[in-house]
Design a protein around this ligand. Structure first.
Ligand code: MRU
Length: 329
């Protein structure tokens, strides 16, 4: 399964706002609508946003447009996932060294895309080692093939563990307000014939209390130098609940999601989204139109609640600050 394709001189994005009801691929030949696609979550998930932005830089180069301007427009699309800024910086460095040659930029974007898939597969293998036989696993939001270049981070770990016959059941939090768990994770699990049970977000603690969850694994949008990390709103609740019930809690991410320039979670910028995302469900009003709403897209989980960090270079355990530094030599 994939959500991003580059064919000829066109970027195609699988419109994730319409899943699972419709599978519609949208073509892009201009970088500006790609910035809109990131903002409106046609493409979403930290690594996928980075890959899409890299291809958008290629569209700007092919049109002979100013790459610095394109970078600024794309960077303004969503603030939290650091992969966006990481990929734009990598494209800017390539532009500098190749004099803005579109073919060299395309090669770099394709490399970013392919490397992401490879990293997910490596994460899957390392992460599957922490999954016990017959595991019941909880995940939150969508950190799957749709959220990456392909295969997935947290869902990559689950895929690899499933391939090894270790997975009894995956519980997917539906993930209000935009239902990435219900619409996207459940869609991926069903497509891959991985045993899946969808739950509303407020049901996870009760499953843990009954001893029905062996481990939780989630993705990440940005990890600070001390291991604190931002992920989809509700991840923190999962971590607190897991801690209370003694359930191992893992976060899976490629090194491109680690931001060593930020010392701890307090410094991670958290996107706030449109209030109507909470007042409505699938376009149907579910609350008074006048009621005020708090709608952060992400929350920060402190590293003290994390059992292990699964990366493409291996699984890291505390002390996280020291061991994250070692990843970067
Ligand atoms: O708002 P979204 O859907 O882009 O949020 C996605 C997440 O929070 C994912 O868990 C994260 O980006 C990791 S994806 C491998």
């Amino acid at each position: 399964m994939d959500a991003i394709r580059w064919e000829g001189k066109t970027l195609y994005l699988l419109d994730q706002t319409r899943l699972p009801v419709e599978e519609v691929w949208l073509p892009y030949t201009d970088y500006r609508p790609v910035a809109d696609a990131i903002r409106t979550m046609v493409v979403r998930g930290a690594p996928a946003i980075g890959v899409a932005a890299a291809y958008a830089c290629c569209l700007a180069a092919l049109a002979g447009e100013d790459l610095e301007e394109a970078k600024a427009v794309l960077a303004a699309s969503r603030p939290t996932a650091v992969n966006l800024f990481w990929a734009l910086e990598r494209m800017a460095q390539t532009a500098k060294s190749c004099g803005g040659d579109p073919e060299a930029l395309i090669a770099e974007a394709v490399a970013i895309h392919q490397e992401d898939v490879e990293m997910c597969k490596a994460m899957g293998l390392y992460g599957s080692a922490v999954v016990p036989e017959g595991a019941n696993i909880l995940t939150h939001c969508n950190a799957g093939a749709l959220a990456t270049g392909g295969y997935g981070t947290a869902l990559g770990v689950i895929r690899a563990a499933h391939e090894q016959g270790k997975v009894n059941m995956v519980y997917a939090d539906e993930t209000r307000p935009l239902l990435q768990g219900a619409r996207l994770t459940a869609y991926e699990l069903v497509a891959d014939h991985i045993p899946a049970t969808l739950i509303a977000d407020n049901m996870a603690a009760s499953l843990m209390a009954k001893g029905k969850i062996d481990l939780a694994v989630v993705g990440c949008d940005r990890m600070a130098a001390n291991g604190d990390f931002a992920n989809k709103i509700g991840t923190y609740s999962v971590a607190v609940n897991a801690h209370f019930h003694g359930v191992p809690f893992y976060v899976a991410l490629p090194c491109s999601t680690i931001d060593l320039s930020i010392p701890d979670g307090v410094g991670i910028p958290i996107e706030e989204r449109d209030k109507n995302e909470v007042r409505t469900l699938y376009g149907v009003q579910t609350a008074p139109a006048e009621v005020d709403v708090y709608n952060p897209a992400f929350d920060v989980t402190p590293h003290s609640l994390v059992t292990g960090i699964i990366t493409e270079k291996g699984v890291i355990y505390p002390p996280f600050q020291e061991n994250l530094q070692k990843l970067f030599g």
